[in-house]
Design a protein around this ligand. Structure first.
Ligand code: PCA
Length: 322
């Protein structure tokens, strides 16, 4: 082969393989060590293997590419071909997005899975109307109360500076008389360090990710709800893939969903143990605190049902039949 032809051929081969390779961005708001992010990293590598490198997905953790509340719109508009969101963040847009953020509607892994099955058809339909494919969801561990002092009843939360991550967590603050401030996980450590936040509800996972034990010493294991992250794909980007690549993506997504729910469940206790090891006291809530929080939940289920209308009622009916 003459030299010139060799170079031309090499260039041609290179440009062909570059053409054949699709590159996607996948923003998430959580750190690399978070179990959702680790699950996504595994998903990305599974897709890479299954497509022999044809679909290269770059994971962007820590809200580095887009802030948590911006990721949905980025996927919708195609600025990111994929993205991970916290569904309950979007409750004000559509109430069904917030069904898994209502205290004590679904407060175990079994119940959370059933609620997901009840939500899924309408969730997928709504997202499809927005040009989004719902790939999979994974629940966070059960939500409890992190706080800087021991508490016995909801009355002890009056006036406390309370971090909210969603409309529902802000509503809880209003109902118990705490002072809500919305802060996403990526900014939570700083908010605690500067004293802007002295309590919040979330999982042991977030407590550990954000080193909450350095700021707040008490966790009340109320197991109030299990909100879900959802992994979304821009529909145009999905449709542009060839059939085998689409199938590889869907298969890796289904596996990630199964793996993610199982990991979330097994890690629940591990996270509480880690918080304890780092100096936090894990409390069983008092009967009074439990009753108070249940009452908050009842109010919020009622409010949600009114706002969510027939669509919400259908989700509730389907869930309660399961
Ligand atoms: N962690 C996320 C949402 C729910 C959870 O457990 C957070 O606190 O932002």
């Amino acid at each position: 082969m003459n030299h010139k032809f060799g170079i031309a051929l090499a260039a041609l081969t290179l440009s062909c393989s570059a053409l054949a390779q699709t590159k996607w961005d996948l923003p998430t708001a959580y750190p690399p060590s978070n179990f959702h992010t680790e699950n996504l990293a595994q998903f990305v590598s599974d897709v890479d293997k299954a497509t022999a490198g044809k679909l290269k997905i770059t994971l962007h953790p820590n809200a580095a590419l887009f802030k948590a509340p911006e990721i949905k719109r980025a996927v919708q508009g195609g600025q990111a071909q994929m993205g991970e969101i916290l569904l309950v963040n979007f409750q004000n847009e559509w109430q069904v997005f917030g069904a898994d953020g209502i205290p004590f509607l679904a407060d175990s892994y079994d119940a959370a899975w059933k609620l997901y099955q009840a939500q899924k058809p309408v969730l997928a339909k709504k997202l499809a109307e927005q040009g989004i494919v719902l790939l999979y969801t994974v629940a966070w561990p059960p939500q409890g109360i992190f706080i800087n002092k021991p508490i016995n009843a909801a009355a002890d939360l009056k006036g406390v500076k309370w971090r909210a991550y969603s409309p529902a967590t802000a509503r809880i603050a209003e109902l118990v008389g705490a002072q809500p401030v919305t802060v996403q996980q990526a900014e939570l450590s700083q908010a605690m360090a500067t004293g802007v936040v002295e309590s919040y509800m979330s999982s042991g996972s977030t407590g550990y990710d954000t080193k909450t034990y350095e700021y707040l010493k008490h966790f009340y294991d109320t197991q109030a709800w299990l909100p879900k992250n959802a992994v979304l794909v821009n529909k145009k980007a999905f449709d542009a893939l060839d059939k085998p690549t689409q199938e590889a993506l869907l298969k890796a997504g289904a596996e990630a969903e199964k793996r993610g729910w199982a990991t979330s469940k097994t890690k629940t206790q591990e996270y509480l143990d880690l918080l304890k090891k780092n100096g936090m006291t894990i409390h069983e809530p008092s009967a009074q605190l439990k009753a108070d929080m249940k009452k908050v939940g009842e109010t919020m289920i009622k409010e949600w049902t009114e706002k969510a209308g027939a669509e919400g009622q259908a989700v509730l009916d389907a869930y309660r039949k399961m």
